[in-house]
Design a protein around this ligand. Structure first.
Ligand code: 9MJ
Length: 675
């Protein structure tokens, strides 16, 4: 009987660790959560009944043991070295030259290349294939024993997958938090009103250094191996890349993005390729690591000071830097929303000099507790707008700056500011009588996707409004050359160009005109839906709530915003003035017919050979079709170009028709509704 229970314990442990491996390392789960939970509960029950069978490598031990008083020190048998950095191609060339000189090699050297994970270096000790201890890097010679916390990381195997484990294996790697887990952690913290982590690295560090492993277990950390610190009892293969393959076969997680390349050209090619992938990787990296591939060559090159001569970290420009908040200003947007903006001491980050960063709203400033004079972490990743991620601890010797407070009157016009219950935004209540809102409304009206008035930028709008020449969009159409030419920095030629731009903006399609009006909640797509449904502005203005709710995707909030807009006498007057100025002529706009693609949803992915995304979208929408951001059961067609994302795989999975650009264009030539 007991023999059977014993066997079952072994079987359950194997099933659970297999499922862990598939889920956490291969990212390819095959077992339903409910089944996994049943196995775990069954194993827990058996271990409770037979405590003598409990081993530290049992998957039940991953939930987190009781808290420790402190971490004990671990001396590293083989020191955990750091890498030298290269910040330019020149430094990579110099590294490769030193390597070739050191090896007395004429030809190109082969390098194993891999991402540089932005996490925490750790070492894992396996004795006869069983995980026995793990430690942080510390100063490279002595670290802290964080074994209990490392056991909670499901990607770390508690037992190596091999019938012939080495007597001893020290695995070196990096603990990190995947971006999706980091986002979720901060989302939860935000919901609970708790302090946010500034980045995944800090979140991983904070989680790994928890004395209570039960907290670590909840934080969902991940691990990637990047090398070994020592091995006893097996002969290693001759190259770093083969060692990594071996670690992968032992079921240690290793980066998919690793490769072997030759010479400087190979290194630089990998650097730019990885740089392109960087934004879509599921974890943060701060560079690429290049290692001489042959272990015998590594040994020959040896070390200088505390870093290997055979490896280097090639860093990308930092996406986070420190700077000082010089002021917090409040900007007023088109709809009167007040946005606090941090004015920063200029700082070079993510490849550009940043002087401003949005603080979003009052609650966000409170949560981050950003104050004038604070040293802050500024982040700019890819094309994302710069943001203040958090503050550094303040000097307790210095007087505490006063906290930010949202002004109670509009900084532009002095009207009262109102923040409605349940809304995060505070708004100026003065509507278009507020010059800031007026300026933003004019800029929106003139924007490329709205009336597309060429030559009307923010400097010009500032002057036209400040000099009282323009108050509403209708006033633009009665401007004359003398008025414009009299403005600062306005030559006769530019004045003529602007007038030509204004003239050319007459008679835009109804959808653009509706969008240009700047009705809250009415974006480009809704404006198109409204234009198509009502056919002319008179009908839209006359529509009541019920009539508006008939329009696809118009719900009660949008409907209320539209009726409120047209009820406003000021808005009626502006529209009438625009009509008189012939800025736009009602009734000539769009056919009311639903279009051949009505009811069809398209998803675009990848780069098409000839059409831009906007062009493809415009063609679909001109026929009454819709473009959605993600593939679902409601998608009718996926239009795929080069380097498509996961959308293509999803489409194939759901049996959705996939079109290349040629097939897509043919839909338009058919003249019938596609099926
Ligand atoms: C990181 N951080 O990703 C090394 N590293 O190798 C990789 N760090 C390293 N390798 C020797 N990929 C010392 C450190």
């Amino acid at each position: 009987m007991s023999g059977e229970a014993d066997r079952r314990v072994g079987e359950l442990r194997r099933l659970i660790e297999d499922a862990n491996y598939r889920y956490y390392v291969l990212d390819d789960p095959t077992v339903p959560d409910a089944e996994y939970d049943r196995w775990l509960r069954e194993l827990q029950a058996l271990e409770a009944a037979h405590p003598e069978w409990l081993t530290p490598d049992s998957p039940t031990q991953r939930v987190g043991a009781g808290p420790l008083k402190d971490f004990s020190q671990v001396a590293h048998d083989v020191p955990m070295l750091s890498l030298n950095n290269a910040f330019s191609e020149g430094e990579v060339v110099a590294f490769d030259r030193r390597v070739r000189e050191g090896l007395e090699r004429e030809g190109q050297v082969d390098y194993a290349v891999e991402p540089k994970f932005d996490g925490l270096a750790i070492t894992l000790r396996y004795e006869h294939g069983v995980f026995v201890r793990g430690a942080t890097r510390g100063d490279g010679y002595t670290g802290e024993d964080v074994s209990a916390n490392l056991r909670t990381i499901h990607a770390i195997p508690m037992r190596l997958e091999t019938p012939h484990p080495p007597a001893l294996l020290e695995v070196r790697g990096e603990v990190l938090m995947l971006l999706r887990d980091f986002d979720k952690l901060n989302q939860d913290a935000r919901n609970q009103g708790e302090k946010l982590f500034v980045n995944p690295r800090n979140a991983a560090a904070g989680s790994l250094r928890q004395l209570d492993p039960r907290i670590t277990a909840k934080r969902r950390l991940h691990f990637f191996a990047y090398g070994i610190g020592g091995v006893v009892g097996v002969e290693l293969p001759p190259t770093h890349s083969a060692v990594m393959d071996w670690l992968a076969a032992l079921r240690l997680p290793v980066a998919k993005e690793r490769r072997v390349v030759s010479g400087v050209n190979g290194l630089m090619g990998y650097f730019s390729e990885l740089g392109e992938q960087r934004a879509s990787l599921p974890f943060a990296i701060d560079g690429a690591v290049y290692k001489v591939n042959r272990l015998a060559d590594q040994e020959k090159l040896g070390f200088v000071a505390r870093a290997p001569r055979f490896a280097i970290a090639h860093k990308y420009p930092a996406q986070e830097e420190l700077t000082v908040v010089e002021a917090i200003d409040v900007q007023v947007g088109r709809t009167g929303v007040l946005t606090p903006v941090a004015r920063l001491k200029p700082v070079f980050v993510g490849g550009v000099t940043v002087t401003n960063a949005t603080l979003h709203n009052e609650d966000e400033v409170r949560r981050k507790d950003v104050r004038v004079g604070d040293t802050v972490i500024v982040r700019r990743a890819g094309d994302v707008i710069p943001e203040v991620v958090g503050i550094l601890p303040r000097d307790p010797q210095k007087p505490l700056p006063s906290p930010f407070a949202m002004p109670t009157s509009c900084p532009e016009c002095g009207a009262p500011v109102l923040r409605l219950e349940g809304e995060s935004a505070a708004r100026c209540t003065n509507g278009l009588a507020c010059p800031a809102q007026r300026k933003q409304a004019l800029l929106h009206f003139a924007a490329r996707r709205a009336m597309d008035i060429e030559g009307l930028g923010d400097k010009l709008v500032d002057q036209l409004v400040d000099h009282g020449q323009v108050a509403t969009p209708a006033d633009l159409y009665s401007l004359n050359i003398e008025q414009i030419a009299g403005l600062e920095r306005m030559a006769q030629k530019s004045a003529e160009n602007l007038l030509a731009g204004i003239k050319a903006s007459r008679h835009r399609p109804l959808a653009r005109f509706i969008f240009a009006l700047g009705i809250r909640q009415v974006g480009e797509q809704t404006a198109r839906d409204l234009a198509r449904h009502f056919g002319n502005l008179g009908a839209l203005m006359a529509a009541d709530r019920e009539a508006l709710l008939q329009v696809p995707d118009v719900g009660p909030v949008v409907a209320a915003s539209i009726t409120a807009f047209f009820r406003e006498s000021h808005n009626q007057a502006v529209i009438e003035a625009l009509r008189l100025a012939q800025a736009w002529v009602d009734g000539e706009a769009l056919p009311v017919s639903p279009g051949r693609f009505a009811g069809l949803t398209f998803v675009l992915t990848g780069t098409l050979p000839n059409l831009t995304r906007d062009q493809a979208k415009a063609r679909i929408e001109a026929e009454g079709g819709k473009v959605a951001g993600s593939v679902s059961g409601k998608t009718d067609f996926v239009v795929a170009g080069a380097d498509p994302g996961s959308k293509l795989a999803k489409a194939a999975q759901l049996n959705i028709r996939i079109l290349d650009e040629t097939a897509f264009s043919q839909l338009f030539d058919q003249g019938e509704r596609p099926t």
